[in-house]
Design a protein around this ligand. Structure first.
Ligand code: HEM
Length: 371
């Protein structure tokens, strides 16, 4: 069972396993079919994998969050995507106090999108609640169903509708789910393809393992847990290219001591994950090199029991989607390896850039060969 921390509410909502494997498999398969269609007669093609892996993880998260109302959910997430783009665009311009209240083209667009998100979500909720009243069971096998069910239980318990979540709270929860879970998993897969496209011996080892565990069959949950080489590879990718390169904490409440250091309230502490993951004192002289072998005996051996590897954060606020992300990455990688061998294209330029997550600035051009 995965736990989902709902930030605006002091409660923890259980995000059940929700039979995620078939859902993820379905989305991965759609991507593979597109790639197969793109290959020429000799079975090869070159493509930038970034947009495909992004829409794969968006698809998985839409299905998981909205289940049966997935098509409407997808529109909401497409709107979120545009919102992120507009917010990033605004943050790259000179800051003028009060600017966001001016009726500029992008401010008007942001307002319009926010309104549309609200309308679609209200329709979905309305439909679900009507189904509930008609005596049918809730769709508690998706995130929205879980949020609504927990909300209605809370209202019943307290006998007060003001206790539950508002539509704005629900929108915020869906936003967090999307921001935290889509881009991060996409970039993990992108860097995995870039690195396995360069270190083809590791690609061969991963494929041999996948074929030994699954043959050409659908990946299943038990088999995914037995993938040792694939896990070592994903850990090494997360070490070198942690999707979230920094975690931060605002010390809002009171003066805080950390060892000999004293921090006044109001200070923001940032932990540079990527620098710690590449520290030669912690990882040895080959810290900047791709060497999954270092994880052969697990994370604690690789880190000599120090907190030197924390791609998902650490402590009480550790990423609640880490199992979800690792399962998704393992399924996607297994299916890719079952269908294609691949290499990095000569047109690829290595230029990682941090825009919320660490991304390849000029895309990830890969040459695929159908197996
Ligand atoms: C490779 C994929 C992922 C990476 C590297 C990652 C990394 C992180 C990190 C570093 C944090 C911050 C922890 C902290 O502040 O200490 C975080 C928080 C979080 N993650 Fe993930 N994550 C990934 C995938 C996911 C997925 C798939 C989901 C949802 C299904 C998810 C949901 C969340 C949520 C809800 C939070 C907490 C946000 C908050 O309370 O503000 N993450 N994640």
């Amino acid at each position: 069972m995965i736990l989902f921390h709902v930030s605006s509410h002091p409660c923890i909502i259980p995000l059940k396993n929700m039979d995620m494997v078939p859902t993820m498999f379905e989305s991965c398969n759609e991507m593979i079919s597109k790639w197969e269609k793109m290959t020429s007669k000799d079975g090869s093609c070159e493509l930038d994998v970034v947009p495909y892996l992004q829409s794969l993880t968006a698809d998985v998260i839409s299905r998981t969050a909205f289940g049966s109302t997935y098509e409407e959910g997808k529109i909401i997430f497409n709107h979120f995507k545009e919102l992120i783009r507009l917010v990033l665009q605004a943050s790259n311009t000179v800051y003028l106090p009060g600017w966001r209240f001016l009726p500029t083209k992008s401010n008007n667009r942001m307002k319009k999108i926010t309104k549309e998100i609200k309308t679609i979500l209200m329709n979905i909720i309305d439909k679900r609640q009507r189904t509930m009243k008609e005596g049918e069971t809730m769709h508690s096998d998706d995130l929205l169903g879980i949020l609504l069910e927990s909300n209605s239980n809370e209202i019943k318990e307290h006998g007060n509708v003001n206790i539950g979540m508002s539509i704005n709270d629900l929108i915020e929860e869906c936003k967090i789910f999307y921001f935290a879970g889509q881009e991060t998993t996409a970039v993990l897969l992108v860097w995995t393809m870039v690195l396995l496209g360069s270190y083809t011996k590791w690609q061969d080892r991963a494929r041999a393992e996948v074929l030994q565990v699954f043959g050409n069959n659908k990946p299943d949950f038990d088999g995914l847990n037995r993938l040792k080489i694939v896990t070592m590879i994903l850990n090494e990718v997360l070490r070198l290219y942690p999707p979230g390169s920094v975690v931060s904490r605002n010390l809002v409440k009171k003066e805080t001591r950390l060892g000999n250091l004293k921090f006044p309230s109001g200070v923001t502490l940032s932990f540079p994950i990527i620098l710690i993951h590449r520290d030669k004192e912690l990882w040895g002289e080959d810290a900047d090199e791709f060497n999954p072998e270092r994880f052969a005996e697990g994370v604690s051996k690789a880190t000599k029991n120090q907190t030197a590897f924390f791609p998902f954060g650490w402590g009480p606020r550790i990423c609640v989607g880490q199992n979800f992300a690792m399962i998704e990455a393992k399924i996607a990688l297994s299916i890719i390896l079952q269908h294609f061998s691949f290499e990095l294209s000569p047109s690829y330029t290595h230029a990682p850039i941090s825009i919320l997550t660490i991304q390849p600035q000029h895309g990830a051009h890969i040459i695929l060969h159908k197996l």
